[in-house]
Design a protein around this ligand. Structure first.
Ligand code: B12
Ligand code: SF4
Ligand code: SF4
Length: 402
């Protein structure tokens, strides 16, 4: 693909951005194929990858892996050279097109004004999300699902929009190659998003958009069209440490550095085996992911709800009693969660988490459903149901087994 002239390239970028907005994307930005060093000041930790400075995202990523922060997510340790060099994924790549999309489930508040985000009254994101999040976590009888997982899977929704955008680029620049990734390849999406001016990486390590807060998902298109790169945005965290302070498991090794092994999102979604017993109490009623560090970010005063109504919460993810979740059969699980991010994780891991939440709740009303789970075909569920029964019954063996 030959490089367009600078006026043509700017016009092309403008057209792609407009098309992105029409498709429902929040922001579209452009970056060079190689991540530039970050402008966040010095990083005292020693060590660097060949060709990269100590504070380059690629070096930091290598250090993160070397420290074991990725836990059992072995795929992150593989293909590190691909993460450093996008031309290994698309030869002749000239740009990384980064797009963001709001996934915060649109609500149905009857008093919402037509100008507000879908279904929410004006001011909702300044105050009410925080109150709603706190009260959902305080109700130990109901399962808490992270907001990104309450409705349709963003991998599909954002992926489809990016495919449409890639086709649009292909039509504007015939013969160009445009490859879409939404968590589907060895790409440092957040670092590319920073380089493309989409926002900055907050101390919780997620990307924050100064006009929309942090309830956004990211995706990229690797393109051999040379788009003019956008300017990165400054880090606007300042002295705030709210996200670090709220974390229930103290999962941050340092500001900007998450030890995934302690993160509830990792423990309830990615971890395949048993949850370490010492971390179970801090999980509370979170049965799939965790929103704590996102929910407290002050930049959410500019947040908005998803434009895509497919992100609206399904009944099953909107505060279903834990005892009902614990009784889900394989068929019931399939029907309830197909099309959501929960489906990929499977019934075994979800019910493992539900058992932990029931144990944490300590309600003797859950003893029958947990006792029934002792006969579940999945050993993972049986083991956690036993732990929950012992926890509820003050460390004694469950009555059913005594
Ligand atoms: C693996 C993974 C996880 C892991 C590890 C999370 C993590 N922080 O890395 C787990 C399972 C824990 C996880 C959890 C969540 N995830 Co996740 N996850 C990913 C995935 C697939 C890879 C991320 C990765 O490469 N991590 C490796 C580490 C090393 O990368 P990093 O955090 O960017 O590390 C950088 C910083 O530490 C930085 N750094 C180090 N020191 C310093 C110092 C300074 C000053 C600065 C500025 C930076 C800095 O350098 C490192 C390299 O760039 C991405 C998709 C993708 N392909 O990028 C989604 C992704 C990051 N996840 C996402 C989401 C939504 C979540 C959750 C919110 C879901 C939930 N509600 O439960 C939580 C948030 C937890 C958290 N606080 O991060 C979104 C985030 C969107 C956004 N706005 O940024 C992504 C981008 C998926 C997507 N396509 O939208 N996730
Ligand atoms: S998602 Fe929850 S457990 Fe993970 S870092 Fe954020 S607050 Fe901590
Ligand atoms: S809560 Fe504070 S420190 Fe954390 S990302 Fe938001 S502004 Fe930055």
């Amino acid at each position: 693909m030959s490089a367009p002239g600078s006026a043509d390239a700017a016009a092309l970028a403008g057209a792609v951005r407009r098309r992105g907005t029409e498709l429902g994307l929040l922001r579209v930005g452009f970056a060079a194929p190689h991540i530039p060093p970050v402008a966040h000041g010095s990083d005292p930790a020693p060590g660097s990858s060949p060709g990269f400075s100590p504070d380059h995202p690629v070096t930091r990523f290598a250090r993160w892996i070397a420290a074991g922060h990725h836990g059992e997510m072995g795929y992150l340790a593989r293909r590190q050279r691909d993460r450093a060099d996008t031309s290994r994924l698309l030869s002749g790549v000239r740009s990384v097109v980064v797009a963001s999309e709001v996934y915060f489930p649109p609500g149905t508040a009857p008093d919402a004004s037509p100008d507000a985000s879908p279904g929410y009254a004006p001011g909702y994101f300044a105050d009410d999300v925080f109150a709603e999040w706190s009260s959902e976590l305080a109700d130990s009888t109901r399962g808490y699902f992270a907001r990104y997982a309450r409705g349709a899977d963003y991998h599909h929704r954002l992926g489809k929009r990016l495919e449409a955008l890639a086709a649009f680029i292909g039509a504007l620049a015939p013969g160009s190659r445009n490859l879409v990734y939404v968590d589907t390849g060895p790409i440092l999406e957040k670092a590319h998003a920073v380089a493309a001016g989409i926002g900055w990486q907050g101390k919780h390590s997620n990307l924050v958009d100064p006009t929309a807060g942090n309830w956004v998902a990211l995706g990229v298109i690797l393109s051999d069209v040379a788009f003019p790169p956008d300017a990165p945005q400054p880090d606007r965290c300042g002295t705030c440490t709210d996200c670090l302070d709220v974390c229930p498991t103290s999962a941050f090794a340092a500001p900007y550095v998450l030890d995934a092994r302690r993160c509830i999102s990792y423990l309830t979604i990615e971890l395949k085996g048993p949850i370490p017993p010492e971390l179970r109490p801090a999980i509370g009623n979170r049965v799939f992911g965790c929103d704590d560090c996102l929910a407290v970010c002050p930049w959410n005063r500019f947040a908005q709800a998803a434009r895509d109504t497919a992100y609206a919460a399904r009944t099953i993810t909107a505060g279903t009693p834990l005892v009902q979740l614990m009784a889900l059969t394989p068929e019931g699980f399939d029907a309830a969660f197909r099309g959501t991010p929960v489906h990929r994780t499977g019934r075994g891991r979800l019910l493992r988490n539900v058992a932990v939440a029931l144990g944490n709740g300590g309600d003797t009303a859950s003893v029958p459903v947990l006792t029934a789970a002792l006969n579940d075909p999945e050993p993972l569920i049986r083991e956690h149901a036993l732990w929950a029964l012992q926890t509820i019954q003050g460390g004694r063996p469950p009555k059913a087994l005594a």
